[in-house]
Design a protein around this ligand. Structure first.
Ligand SMILES: Cc1cc2nc3c(=O)[nH]c(=O)nc-3n(C[C@H](O)[C@H](O)[C@H](O)COP(=O)(O)OP(=O)(O)OC[C@H]3O[C@@H](n4cnc5c(N)ncnc54)[C@H](O)[C@@H]3O)c2cc1C
Length: 805
């Protein structure tokens, strides 16, 4: 018997826990209980600086932060407690040409997300924030709806709101342990007795990793040291000063009470906090100042705002700031648990608190948030992410890069070379420049002889571009090999495997043995939860392949929807097979020369799988690909992979075979109209809206997840459709650019690339159905508008004659 039963139990009384309690209770949920081991706000929340900025690189994260601002706007009126919320706007200075380009890019992105952001001159910036020295400034960007707040006051106000709506917030109650039965947390053992609840949420900030360990988890959330100073009062301090960021000089500013400035920044050499565990008495505490570490930031601040030379420093705050393995939040359900939710790793939790609480509350009540939050989803992490060896070096690196210029395509340096394909050393010898994905090292592009294998990044003309373009041409004209060993791979087996996969997939999976089926797994709303290829190996045996970063997410979705009687089991086999993709019009010639099987189209047609022998190696060859050419994915027992690679290279030399990396793939797949889950397709969109209606087999199969919505859409109307656009000009696009019609924002680019073969810039974006007959649009790129035309995808080989030859 538990001492206390709740419907929703939240562990942690910082801003995140309080906001979750508030939103649950406000939505009418009863028996919402929050447990806080000390007093509310006494973790990281009380000592935060209090900047509230909304713009992030993902649209839905930005929307979530916009929800925070909407909440903070009305909170005082609702709860009667003043949080000192000041919607004074935020300034972002640009002290270099590239930073100005970045500001323009962000402004375009903000517009596509529905957030007002304006580029202004250095003079206008000085009018808004008179203390800045404008020497060397190129300009600035201003977001009028950002602001700042008193973090502790805000948290108390949210807590008051939670209580008003009926939540119980208990302070001085420490969670000590858990009982887990069959993947369900059945008991929460605390200093106040035992609790039972239908849902348990860990909103325990930097303590989450320790609590997670009690559940057998390595949660990829930690903390690092973060410092800011508070100046003495500045005479004649103006009201309504905005917040200020100068990313070139790594510093931020917040106007504080009494005419003071809070000045913080992100230095290179911060220290991890609590690596070996957080002491039990660490409550409402700060860490010793480290002025040596702050000194370079102070020098920068003196350049940006010379007034700081004239006023003294009143206080130095050094506190642990929550961080995570990839520098963003850790939210969402925990795989293999049926009632456990994470809401942790919040490095900007004051800005995110309101919206994040709302999203987690929706997740708990409805099973998913109304916004797809993949960039923040706990299931983007693998087991290695939460390890000390990976997480702390990466957290320190992400912290140091918080303001540093991040050119598109930039890669982390810490915690590399963890997951190496058997081809890694060989490809490195051949000039591969590597990037990392989910711990894997993957070739991005190959430096030809005489070229430094170094990734030179830039907004307009990155150094790798011309080499990736050559690799693109080699796929279209000759034959290429790509190491795709990082694919996540699973086998679904058991007497109920067919029935289970039929229930999840939108396509008919009851195909002959050896068939390869490209399909989507949808939720009940028809939203795309996974986009994969599935091969039927036997009556009740399926081989499932998905992207390197999606394995945890997709397998969690599949496991959640498997029958509970054990008649179908999902087993991960990623490490069992390396994958080499052989592609290009000469791919068959090379494969035929290296293997003893018949690989003609008659015996080995498109979308089929055969066991073949390449030299002496047994290979599962799957005739499918992502580049739109004749090709095979060769799934090779790992130990044979290097041998197969060397053999194909040797045999292929006659045909000019060459290696290609991942950077060439985007251009190839976009020409062919292939989509990417997490950008073009997400749980926010259905296959019908995404133009994948041909994969939805209503006639040939019975009920399946999402059928009702997809049936209604297939036979009736849809609100939006994924559309393809092209420009004759080569535009530097990265996704997120604004699409306009008659000057009005109508969409944003979900992904974009220059199609080398078709000689056009290609982008995708969802359009309201009523606009799908229009053809001429505009695209805003770095603040400039360019004409684009809506076109029918794919631009390359629309009749599939090359693909299916
Ligand atoms: C110096 C500094 C400046 C910052 N400036 C900003 C800023 O300007 N803007 C911004 O958005 N963010 C800022 N942050 C980050 C911000 O402080 C955090 O994002 C935010 O406070 C995280 O809130 P939380 O609720 O997740 O964690 P916390 O506030 O740490 O709350 C977690 C709570 O869980 C409780 N808990 C832990 N274990 C248990 C247990 N076993 N049982 C019961 N309770 C438990 C803890 O006592 C704690 O109260 C700053 C941080 C620092 C350090």
């Amino acid at each position: 018997m538990a001492d206390c039963a709740a419907k929703h139990l939240i562990i942690g009384g910082g801003i995140i826990g309080c906001s979750i309690a508030y939103h649950l209770a406000k939505s009418g949920e009863k028996d919402v209980v929050l447990l806080e081991k000390a007093a509310l706000t006494e973790g990281a929340t009380w000592h935060a600086a209090g900047l509230v900025g909304q713009l992030r690189s993902s649209r839905n994260t930005t929307r979530m932060l916009q929800k925070s601002v909407a909440m903070y706007d009305g909170l005082q009126a609702e709860t009667g407690l003043n949080s000192d919320w000041k919607k004074v706007g935020s300034l972002r200075l640009a002290a270099s040409k590239d930073r100005m380009l970045e500001a323009k890019r962000l402004t375009t992105m903000a517009r596509s997300f529905g957030l007002e952001m304006n580029i202004i001159t250095p003079g206008e910036a000085k009018t808004l924030f008179p203390y800045i020295d404008t020497t060397g400034l190129e300009g600035a960007a201003f977001i009028p709806s950002d602001g700042h707040v008193d973090p502790a006051g805000l948290c108390q106000s949210i807590a008051a709101g939670a209580r008003l709506h009926g939540a119980t917030l208990k302070q001085g109650v420490k969670v000590l342990d858990f009982t887990v039965v069959g993947g369900r947390v059945t008991k929460v053992i605390t200093s106040d007795g035992t609790y039972e609840a239908e849902t348990i949420t860990l909103a325990s900030g930097m303590w989450s990793r320790e609590l997670g360990a009690k559940l057998g988890l390595t949660i990829p959330a930690c903390a690092v040291e973060h410092q800011y100073i508070v100046t003495e009062p500045i005479p004649d301090f103006p009201d309504n000063l905005p917040t200020l960021r100068d990313p070139d000089r790594l510093v931020y500013y917040k106007p504080d009470a009494g005419g003071r400035l809070v000045i913080g920044g992100y230095e290179d050499n911060t220290l991890p906090f609590g690596e070996g565990g957080i002491a039990g008495d660490f409550v409402r505490q700060l860490l010793p100042d480290n002025l040596d570490r702050f000194a370079p930031l102070a020098e920068c601040a003196a350049q940006v705002t010379p007034v700081v030379n004239e006023v003294g420093i009143r206080q130095v705050i050094n506190g642990p700031i929550p961080y995570s393995a990839d520098g963003d939040f850790v939210m969402g359900p925990v795989p293999d648990f049926s009632n456990l939710m994470l809401a942790t790793g919040f490095l900007y939790g004051i800005a995110a608190g309101g919206g994040a609480g709302e999203m987690i509350a929706e997740w708990l009540i409805e099973g998913r948030p109304s916004l797809d939050l993949w960039p923040l989803d706990n299931r983007r992490f693998g087991a290695h992410h939460g390890s000390r060896a990976f997480m702390y070096p990466r957290a320190v690196e992400h912290y140091a890069h918080h303001y540093k210029m991040r050119y598109p395509g930039s890669e982390p340096e810490a915690a590399r070379n963890l997951r190496l394909s058997p081809l890694h050393a060989r490809l490195k010898e051949k000039g591969a420049v590597y990037g990392s994905k989910n711990g894997w090292e993957r070739p991005l592009w190959f430096a030809p002889e005489g070229v430094d294998p170094v990734d030179q990044l830039d907004f307009l003309n990155p150094g790798w571009k011309k080499f990736a373009a050559e690799e693109h041409r080699a796929v279209r004209e000759g034959v290429t090999l790509t190491d795709q060993s990082s694919f996540a791979k699973f086998e679904l087996v058991g007497a109920g495997a067919l029935k289970a996969i039929q229930h999840m997939a939108v396509s008919n999976m009851d195909k002959p043995i050896g068939a390869v089926i490209y399909t989507q797994l949808c939720n009940e709303r028809g939203g795309i939860e996974a986009d994969l290829t599935i091969t039927r190996l036997a009556e009740n045996h399926f081989y499932i392949v998905t992207g390197a970063g999606f394995g945890v997410h997709d397998s969690d979705w599949i496991r959640q929807n498997l029958p509970t009687d054990g008649s179908a089991v999902l087993v991960e086999v990623t490490s069992a097979r390396a994958v080499i993709n052989i592609a290009g019009p000469k791919a068959r010639d090379v494969l035929a020369a290296a293997c003893e099987n018949d690989v003609t189209n008659a015996t080995f047609p498109f979308a089929s799988c055969r066991d073949i022998l390449i030299g002496a190696a047994p290979v599962r060859a799957i005739r499918i690909g992502y580049v739109g050419e004749l090709g095979w994915e060769l799934h090779i027992p790992t130990e044979f992979a290097l041998y197969v690679y060397d053999l194909l290279t040797e045999v292929g030399a006659l045909h000019g075979i060459r290696d290609i990396g991942y950077r060439a793939i985007d251009s190839l797949r976009m020409e062919k109209g292939y989509l990417y889950w997490s950008a073009d397709i997400t749980p926010d969109y259905t296959p019908i809206e995404a133009g994948l209606g041909f994969r939805v087999h209503l006639k040939s199969k019975g009920n399946f997840l999402g059928r009702a919505v997809l049936e209604a859409q297939k036979t009736g109307q849809v609100a939006q459709r994924l559309s393809c656009f092209a420009s004759e000009d080569e535009l530097p696009l990265f996704g997120g650019e604004t699409i306009l019609l008659d000057g009005e924002v109508v969409s944003l680019a979900s992904s974009a690339a220059f199609g080398i073969t078709v000689g056009k810039t290609i982008l995708y974006g969802y359009l309201p159905d009523r606009l799908c007959k229009q053809s001429e649009f505009e695209l805003e790129v770095f603040g400039n508008r360019h004409p684009i035309t809506r076109v029918d995808a794919p631009l390359y080989d629309p009749a599939n004659t090359r693909l299916k030859a």
